[in-house]
Design a protein around this ligand. Structure first.
Ligand code: BTN
Length: 241
């Protein structure tokens, strides 16, 4: 379903889920103009109307328990990555936990909201924002880029959307078939700064370290001087030069 204008496709999808009519798995809600997009860490997500992809997909991974939520994040990130890789090549990376980067700039991000029932995931609302044909970004989004900025031409939003959905479905089916290690290894191999010596900040302290892996629960493991430490999203900041 395409909406002309909505506050947030994630909020819209969550609202229709709480109404009585059943919503089929695989439902995609796309907005031409999302005027109050929500990002991670309570950030806002800005996207010029008509130029970008802002959409949410409904999955029902009730075969995964709450402790395995991060596998959904992996499948969604990989789906976006694999859809774009033929266009953009190896400059494309997944920045932990689920940002889509091209070289050192952010091309897209996601906000995944899981609705739990007991220890199972009842609904997973996967909200994806991808900068496609936008040319100019606000000063406070100095780190943003778009496919147009990289490749100097416009792309059809619906084609890219279809590619992303197909690839997410493929990874989702791997999860459904129990191939968790395949998905985890694929995710790790596409990770931004994997094994590179880089600077990070945690608790006000800057340190140098190397990303080694991501735990099953989604924590980022960094080796600092031979000692490994695991971080969650709020605990660590990547310091670009
Ligand atoms: C981030 O990088 O902080 C995540 C951005 C997620 C934005 C998408 S756009 C579609 C969906 N609806 C929202 O309100 N947010 C997500």
């Amino acid at each position: 379903m395409t909406l002309k204008q909505v506050d947030s496709t994630n909020t819209f999808l969550k609202n229709i889920l709480s109404n009585s009519k059943p919503v089929p798995e695989g439902t995609v809600i796309m907005a031409e103009d999302q005027f109050a997009g929500r990002g991670q860490r309570e950030n806002v997500w800005h996207a010029e109307p008509g130029k970008n992809l802002t959409f949410s997909i409904l999955l029902r991974p009730n075969f995964i328990d709450a402790a395995g939520q991060y596998d959904v994040t992996r499948a969604a990130s990989l789906g976006v990555y694999d859809a774009l890789q033929p266009l953009l090549g190896d400059g494309l990376k997944i920045k932990w936990p689920n940002d889509i980067y091209y070289q050192d700039k952010k091309l897209g991000g996601m906000l995944i909201e899981n609705i739990l029932q007991g220890s199972q995931i009842k609904n997973s609302v996967i909200g994806i924002g991808l900068n496609v044909n936008q040319d100019n970004f606000h000063d406070n989004a100095h780190n943003a880029t778009s496919i147009r900025k990289i490749l100097q031409r416009d792309y059809d939003l619906k084609n890219i959307l279809a590619e992303i959905c197909n690839h997410i479905e493929a990874y989702y089916l791997h999860l459904k078939a129990g191939r968790f290690d395949f998905v985890r290894n694929a995710y790790l191999s596409r990770l931004y700064w994997l094994n590179e010596e880089r600077q990070y900040r945690s608790n006000g302290q800057v340190f140098t370290g190397r990303i080694k892996c991501v735990t099953n629960a989604g924590m980022l493991v960094i080796d600092k001087d031979g000692e490994e430490a695991a971080f969650n999203l709020k605990e660590i900041e990547f310091l670009n030069k």
